[in-house]
Write a protein that binds this ligand. Sequence first.
Ligand code: HEC
Length: 147
Amino acid sequence: MAVAVALFVSACGGSDTKPEATTPKAPVPAVAETPAQSAYPAGFITAADITLGPIDQAKVASGQKIFDEKCHACHGLTDQKVIGPGWKGVTEHRKPEWIMNMILHTDWMLENDTAAQNLVELTKARMTDQELTKDQARDMLELMRTL
Ligand code: HEC
């Protein structure tokens, strides 16, 4: 018994002496900021507002529901254009914050953002603001990440 107690005490003592300076630094975001992002008005989504982890299936399911109700008339989940562009691959050529701002601040984007304006040229149509909340727009981004 005395031996067991002694071992226990020495094991505890040992863990106190572990070095602590090995904590890794926070990972660097994969996508660098572009100058255009600093031109978004206050209150718009920035890269700092979005954390992309493993696909969140609850968000995807919610996004799918919103798609069926509010986006389906003009968008598809393939790369085929309907009235607006198909969404397949959209997260590869647009930054997450651009996508969310396009959803949340559609009119501003169509008036001020060059990429959004180029789309208008292409589609000869104009997306109407669907009045989603930030959380709903985040759900849409999650759905798009799966395509
Ligand atoms: C009335 C038709 C219409 C509806 C409804 C609509 N959109 Fe759009 N959307 C467009 C058009 C058209 C464009 C291309 C920009 C333009 O021409 O206005 C676009 C562009 C986009 C883009 C950019 C795509 C890219 O390739 O860069 C995103 C993201 C988007 N819409 C999300 C949504 C979401 C999310 C909904 C539903 C909540 C929605 N849209 C509903 C017409 C629509």
